[in-house]
Design a protein around this ligand. Structure first.
Ligand code: C2O
Ligand code: CU
Length: 557
């Protein structure tokens, strides 16, 4: 194992990722998206992160990396560390223990939406092999893009009544999209949506991604989604794909024509190029789960080296399946199983927590609540306040482990109001926990949304998805044989999702909806496990709030 070191400065920059100039993009070393981290399983990754923003703190979360023994390096503001102060440098130092496709992103306010993200790719150890073969690989980091700044978005979301941010202006693939033109038609015509064909001289920031392939070869495409809002679907024209990896875990391979990907998820697919081709082909990314009419699909091109790169693909890009066909989404989710030989879950659980997802109000603000509690972080990072017993730093009540039996998930909440709290779920260390996510109607009757839930510090087994309210009869249908291990799982409108994990990683871990505005509106919980076992937490992670005061007084003594 080696040590790979990066020196990064986080700064505001301007740019035109979707051909429209924008200020206040958060980049790294003047780059958007941030640089890709490349490492091998077992390596130590060191990132010296300097905050060059002039008006805000910053942190970076390494999404999918479990941070075994380094919970303070998880990069969650107010949870694992203090925001890095303006002008200061923080040293992240952690082991990437498992090969796979990951990404990183800001985890303070809505900084992720401002562009603070990049890929994190972990290869197998030197001399080891993946359980599938490929000749070359590509990666695509997917995101959605608004022309309004996150400051305005945060302000609008907090307003009474709330001013919803609306749908994204563009979809970006590796930070490139097209807002005022479409690649789907030639330069001098008009697309079905009225957009003119794009004209590029070649040097535009928003010129499409081109993936150069040779005929008759096998490629691995790594795809991760860091969208603020959108659920996406990915297709490659005229090429089937074999799903082989999800969130850094191997899958029992299966073939698809297209696949859904939710925010917080990553996949690897394998595709074979045609043995002979004088064409190029579209890679198409469209929206599912939300009405896509306001956001044009994202496109990239698969370029066969056997033909000219300037040659337009012969056919129209693949159309994305109808956005509200949830049966289609569910059938995909239900095809995902762990590769034979993967770790299986304990057959029994020690504790089970039910988490009801509802939309509510608090003092007129629109919130998302879990068992009627909406999460509000405090100034002191929990990891420090719990480790050092600073009980005044956050709400000491235990949040509810379930919701009332009589709750009707097919109706809006009978009491539209929720409470707001910084309380923590204290999990017993070394146990098996089940979490049953239960979706319910929003404030408006008949409305429901997909929520992709992401757990820090762990992978969990996805034991199953179901319709309606989880009940005894669903128990026997849980998959204990070959459930996939993941760090993100979706709960569909009007349904439930069952997860199982082990509390084997001392630390304080967020578990939240990966939709950025939903998290901002309180859609998350905090799990604390075995915090007394946490060794040294660097002072720099604690230099704010009550832990900051604690350090000061120690230094004076
Ligand atoms: Cu990728 Cu807590 O997030
Ligand atoms: Cu959500």
């Amino acid at each position: 194992a080696e040590e790979v070191t990066y020196n990064w400065e986080v700064n505001y920059m301007s740019g035109a990722p979707d051909c429209m100039e924008k200020e206040d993009i958060i980049g790294i070393n003047g780059q958007f998206p941030g640089p890709t981290i490349n490492a091998r399983a077992g390596d130590n990754v060191v990132v010296y992160l300097t905050n060059k923003l002039h008006d805000d703190g910053v942190v970076i979360h390494w999404h999918g990396i479990r941070q075994l023994k380094t919970p303070w390096a998880d990069g969650t503001a107010a949870i694992s560390q203090c925001p890095i102060k303006i002008g200061e440098t923080f040293k992240y130092n952690f082991t990437v223990e498992k090969a796979g496709t990951y990404f990183y992103h800001g985890h303070l306010g809505m900084q992720r939406s401002a562009g603070l993200y990049g890929m994190l790719i972990v290869d197998v150890e030197e001399g080891k092999k993946e359980p599938f073969h490929y000749d070359g690989e590509f990666s695509l980091l997917l995101s959605d893009w608004w022309h309004t700044s996150i400051k305005d978005q945060e302000h609008d979301l907090n307003a009474v009544p709330m001013n919803w941010i609306g749908e994204a202006q563009s979809l970006l693939l590796n930070g490139k999209g097209q807002y005022n033109c479409t690649l789907a038609v030639p330069a001098n015509s008009k697309g079905a949506n009225g957009l003119p064909g794009c004209k590029f001289t070649g040097n535009e920031q928003c010129a499409p991604n081109i993936l150069d392939v040779e005929p008759g070869k096998t490629y691995r495409l790594r795809v991760a989604s860091t969208t603020a809002l959108a659920a996406l679907n990915v297709a490659i024209e005229s090429h089937n794909m074999m799903m082989v990896e999800a969130d850094g875990n191997y899958l029992q391979p299966f073939w698809v024509k297209d696949f859904d990907i939710y925010s917080g998820e990553s996949y690897s697919v394998i595709f074979r190029t045609h043995t002979r081709s004088s064409n190029n082909y579209w890679i198409s990314v469209g929206i599912r789960g939300r009405d896509p009419t306001k956001t044009a699909r994202g496109l990239a091109m698969l370029h066969y080296k056997s033909t000219k790169v300037s040659k337009r693909p012969m056919h129209h890009p693949p159309t994305t399946h109808r956005w509200n066909d949830y049966a289609y989404s569910k059938s995909f989710s239900n095809k995902i199983f762990a590769l034979t030989g993967s770790p299986t879950p304990p057959v029994n659980y020690d504790h089970r927590i039910f988490l009801l997802n509802t939309q509510n109000y608090f003092e007129g603000q629109t919130k998302w609540a879990i068992n009627n509690v909406s999460l509000m972080l405090t100034d002191t990072p929990y990891l420090g306040s719990i480790r050092y017993g600073l009980t005044g730093s956050f709400d000491q009540n235990s949040p509810p482990l379930t919701y009332p039996d009589t709750y009707d998930i097919t109706k809006p909440p009978p009491n539209p109001n929720c409470t707001v709290s910084s309380a923590v779920y204290t999990l017993e260390f070394g146990k098996t926990y089940d979490v049953i996510l239960q979706n319910a109607d929003m404030l408006k009757a008949g409305d429901g949304e997909i929520h992709p839930w992401h757990l820090h510090g762990h992978d969990f087994w996805v034991l199953g998805y179901g319709e309606g309210k989880f009940s005894k009869k669903d128990e026997k249908n849980l998959n204990l044989e070959n459930p996939p291990l993941r760090n993100t799982a979706v709960v569909f409108p009007g349904g439930w999702t069952a997860l199982r994990f082990m509390t084997d990683n001392p630390g304080v871990w967020a578990f939240h909806c990966h939709i950025e505005p939903h998290l901002h509106m309180g859609m998350g919980v905090i799990f604390a496990e075995g915090v007394h076992l946490v060794r040294k937490i660097p002072d720099e992670a604690l230099s704010c709030g009550d832990t900051g005061k604690m350090l000061m007084s120690q230094n004076h003594n």
